[in-house]
Write a new protein. Structure first.
Length: 367
């Protein structure tokens, strides 16, 4: 009470205004308030982002199939007349979170004994340099030595127009190796592009179809699809933006066909949370395959798994399995906290600081 008495009347009015504002913007929480630590601070942070126009996107937390928190900020599309506000129907390009889906499907194929971690790339694409020495494991762990196509000097000349699988493979076949397979780790989108194409070749189907059958329909995701699907594209898809001096500016978006297996999925934070809960709940792959996905390679520094990484956040106080994502003006982070089985996903279609993706979980856990 003493603190409130010391506050100027104007400050009290501002605090009350923010409380009213955030109540109108946030989805209702579950009635189990013991699961909602620091929710008021989360709301306050989101309100500040909205007020200073520093981010556009969405945040979700789930646990045990229940939604703990959802919030949407900014616009999914900006027009001359203002824009369309982001809401629960807004769908985002989730960039490298796609790699988690690719790893799941590869491990499902391993569970079905149609593939092994030691299967050679040369079985599918012998024209790739060093293919006879590169395995599925190397691709999953970014230890193949293959050049990263997203660093091509001529990237802008071809990545904004449609590309076929054959065109992408032909491009990869021209790359000189960065190093001998298994020598070290080097993050390369080429690895997961090839895994996406291997899924297509092995199943005689499209990557988009396999995502739909093996994941989306299996666990009941409502707003997730691969952007290369024949019927892909919804009017509620968010556009990506970069912050200018005074306004958000549209960001040119690479063509979805270039990112099969590595950055082609569209989804929502809530659906990705449900995906994480299904994955760690044993509903997508066998226990052995889940262990394979999350176990770091002991010969490589860091806690990097196969499509999803293990880290310690906030000065080592929280263990988490996580996947970062960034493409064009989109950025995000997926988190699964094993200590209390909580999933958190943050996706922005416009942002001003890259570390913003870590702030909702930090506030939620009071770190």
């Amino acid at each position: 009470m003493y603190i409130l008495q010391r506050l100027p009347l104007f400050s009290l009015i501002v605090l009350l205004s923010i409380s009213i504002f955030i109540s109108s913007c946030s989805d209702p929480l579950t009635s189990d308030t013991s699961n909602n630590r620091n929710v008021a601070n989360l709301d306050l942070m989101m309100a500040m982002w909205e007020k200073d126009n520093s981010a556009m996107g969405a945040v979700a937390f789930t646990r045990g199939g229940k939604v703990l928190y959802q919030h949407y900020t900014g616009f999914r599309a900006i027009t001359d007349n203002g824009g369309v506000k982001a809401d629960s129907t807004t769908i985002y390009r989730v960039a490298s979170m796609t790699k988690m889906f690719t790893s799941v499907i590869i491990h499902q194929l391993i569970d079905e004994r149609r593939l092994t971690l030691n299967t050679k790339l040369s079985v599918f694409y012998p024209q790739i340099k060093n293919a006879e020495n590169i395995t599925i494991r190397h691709l999953l762990e970014h230890r193949s030595g293959l050049h990263n196509w997203t660093t091509d000097e001529d990237l802008a000349s071809w990545s904004y127009i449609p590309q076929t699988r054959e065109q992408m493979i032909a491009r990869f076949a021209t790359y000189s190796p960065e190093f001998t397979p298994d020598a070290r780790r080097y993050y390369s989108n080429t690895n997961y592009s090839l895994l996406g194409f291997i899924i297509e070749q092995l199943t005689q189907s499209t990557y988009a179809e396999q995502v739909r059958i093996r994941i989306v329909e299996k666990i009941g995701l409502k707003n997730t699809y691969d952007g290369t699907a024949a019927n892909a594209g919804r009017p509620t898809e968010a556009k990506s933006y970069t912050r200018g001096f005074f306004a958000w500016l549209p960001t040119p978006e690479s063509h979805i066909s270039t990112s099969v297996g590595t950055g082609s999925i569209y989804s929502t934070p809530l659906d990705i949370c449900r995906f994480l809960e299904a994955l760690f709940g044993g509903r997508l792959v066998s226990a052995a395959s889940l262990q394979s996905m999350i176990t770091p390679n002991p010969d490589v520094s860091g806690d990097l798994g196969k499509g999803i990484d293990k880290e310690k956040l906030y000065n080592g106080s929280l263990d988490v399995f996580t996947k970062s994502a960034r493409i064009d003006g989109f950025t995000g982070q997926a988190f699964y906290f094993p200590a209390d089985s909580t999933a958190c996903v943050v996706i922005f279609n416009g942002f001003t600081r890259t570390n913003m993706v870590f702030e909702p979980a930090r506030v939620f856990y009071g770190k």
